[in-house]
Ligand binder design. Sequence first.
Ligand SMILES: [Zn+2]
Length: 310
Amino acid sequence: MKKGLTNLYARTGSDFSTIALESTAPLSHTVRKLSRHIYEVLLDGELIMAPDTVNIYDGIINTISVSQKNGDAQVSILLQHPSSCRLKQVRGIPNRLEINFDRAFLKQIMKEKMIVIDPGHGGGDSGRRGYINLLEKNVVMHIANYLKAKIIDAGGRAVLTREKDISVNLIDRLQAARLLEADIWISIHTRWDRDKSKCGAGALYHSKQGELLCRYILEEIGKKLKLENNGICEESFSKLAGFFETMEYSIPFVTIEVCTISNPVEEGWLRSPVFKERAAQAIINGIARYFDSCRYEEYKNITDKFPHSL
Ligand SMILES: [Zn+2]
């Protein structure tokens, strides 16, 4: 039997993202860290599986590519955030080489952050209705619950503006951000269009700070769910201008329209728990990128002001 790599898969835990490389026999390996975000693993065995690039986007691992180089299998791993890795051989049939990337950097970014998640609509307000009768108020609730669990798992804090199928007025939804001293307020909705062929995700920002967050979340939805990006718009809550004027601090207020419920294909996806869980993962990936960029900005401000002190 040929000695080589037959299969790979990834799984995401709370503390580690793990890549499992299955082979016909134990393979000796060399790990090279090419940068903070790129690792390469060279295996002493050929590539039996087809060359492939697998999209993961779990907040730490972005993609894994396998190829053949000089007769040996090579695995390239692209990370979203820096992470250290540990390898473990698990002998058996098939043999498994596990590469564990710690998720500490992500937890550092999310630590103590308070995110108010607003599942749109509720109660008598069902939101939009899909072609096969799926209701927006229900699917956004599912996505919001997945998102909350993921934020808490990553070390952040999250509160929903409604836990049940009840109506809540906009001012109360927004007030939650003030009362909880939130770092982000994010409302979850779906898109709707009279034209059933229209599809994809969109985002609105209601405060200036939300523009970058919208961009990151839409990019992550595009990468993870391969959905069309309908772009970002500014939408001021003009009736509530007073609310924003009295905010003692400014944070991103955004609405994410995860996909288009009026498109029968995307409505079908919204029935799948796997799709909704993946949508929540894409949103938290965007949130983590946003917080990471804020940290960089803070650092840049300090170094600009005191160039010789660091
Ligand atoms: Zn809506």
